[in-house]
Design a protein around this ligand. Structure first.
Ligand code: FVH
Length: 296
């Protein structure tokens, strides 16, 4: 535990891909003693030159760990592979490998059965954002809260930290939910650029600025949807109702046709809106469409 300004928690890191290497450099720069292991040993060499200690096997790394054992590997299968044959009893395991909520819950049980404490993390940053707080990158954590608090200072070195609950799958769920929203946003951006593609006199860079400003302004609608989902009244505070939006969708589709653009990225969501209106909920906002997707 970091208890004074001169002591730095020793960190053990398994995985030196792009993200693992960025994490390693952030801990080294902050003065944390760092032990590293990577399946391809050559990736550890530059870090050793910068002050890390490299070990030959995950078993050796875990055995010598006096602080958190952080995993940043490709996927859950590689975590299982790396940790098989290690002695985890009494160790603090922090898994930053992207996984599903079910995999995180399963991995937490697996670690617990082996006598380890377990935290799962979901990284909301790309490697160049690591160690640069001004970029706003952070990591969701869930699982053992006491473990999170014990290592909070070390964990906060590469990026900000957000603890989202004792359920080990919740960091992965938050991570995937945000990435899913991002995917929908990219689909919208793709469609918008396709619409203007034939028009050579529209400046792409200027259009990108208009897009980011508009999406930023509209993203705040998430708060209205959250309030409606909380209250159960999907008509509460509605500024643009579904009936109006479904009518407007006709204009969006006609324009796509006019520009010879395939509307496939938009139509599944438009169909959901249409179904909700057909059920007699045209006066609602977007919260009503959430229930059509299931998950409740
Ligand atoms: N890079 C990014 O932009 C994203 C940002 C958000 C979070 N992700 C997740 O972070 C995990 C690691 O990502 P990465 O960028 O470091 O990935 P790679 O550069 O591909 O490195 C993969 C490492 O995993 C090792 N590895 C793969 N399979 C195994 C295995 N069976 N046993 C042991 N290690 C394995 C690989 O080793 P090597 O190929 O160098 O020998 C790398 O260390 C990931 O979950 C992202 O989704 C990154």
């Amino acid at each position: 535990m970091d208890t004074n300004s001169s002591y730095r928690t020793p960190v053990t890191l398994l995985g030196l891909g792009d993200m693992g290497t960025a994490l390693a450099r952030a801990w080294l720069a902050a003065g944390h003693p760092l032990t590293v292991w990577n399946r391809t040993p050559g990736k550890a060499e530059p870090l050793v030159a910068e002050g890390a200690r490299a070990v030959a096997t995950p078993a050796e790394a875990v055995a010598s760990a006096a602080g958190p054992v952080v995993l940043c590997l490709l996927d859950d299968a590689s975590v299982g592979e790396a940790l098989s044959g290690t002695e985890l009893n009494g160790k603090d395991v922090v898994n930053l490998t992207t996984n599903t909520p079910a995999q995180a819950r399963q991995r937490a049980l697996w670690a617990e059965e082996r006598g380890a404490r377990f935290l799962d993390g979901g990284i909301m940053a790309v490697p160049p954002m690591i160690g640069r707080p001004e970029t706003g990158g952070y990591v969701f954590y869930s699982g053992d809260h006491e473990l999170f608090e014990r290592h909070r200072e070390a964990l906060a070195v590469p990026a900000g930290v957000k603890f989202v609950g004792g359920e080990p799958g919740h960091a992965a769920l938050h991570d995937v939910a945000l990435l899913s929203a991002m995917t929908g946003m990219f689909a919208g951006i793709t469609h918008a650029f396709a619409l203007i593609a034939p028009e050579k006199d529209i400046d792409r860079a200027r259009f990108a600025t208009l897009l980011t400003e508009w999406l930023g302004a509209m993203a705040g609608a998430a708060h209205g949807i959250a309030a409606q989902l909380e209250s159960g009244d999907y008509t509460e505070g509605v500024a643009s109702n579904l009936a109006m939006m479904v009518t407007g969708n006709g204009t969006l589709l006609d324009t796509a046709r006019g520009q010879s653009v395939d509307p496939r990225l938009l139509t599944p969501y438009m169909e959901l809106m249409r179904r909700r209106v057909a059920q007699g909920h045209g006066d609602e906002g977007l919260a009503g469409t959430v229930s059509l997707l299931g998950g409740e």
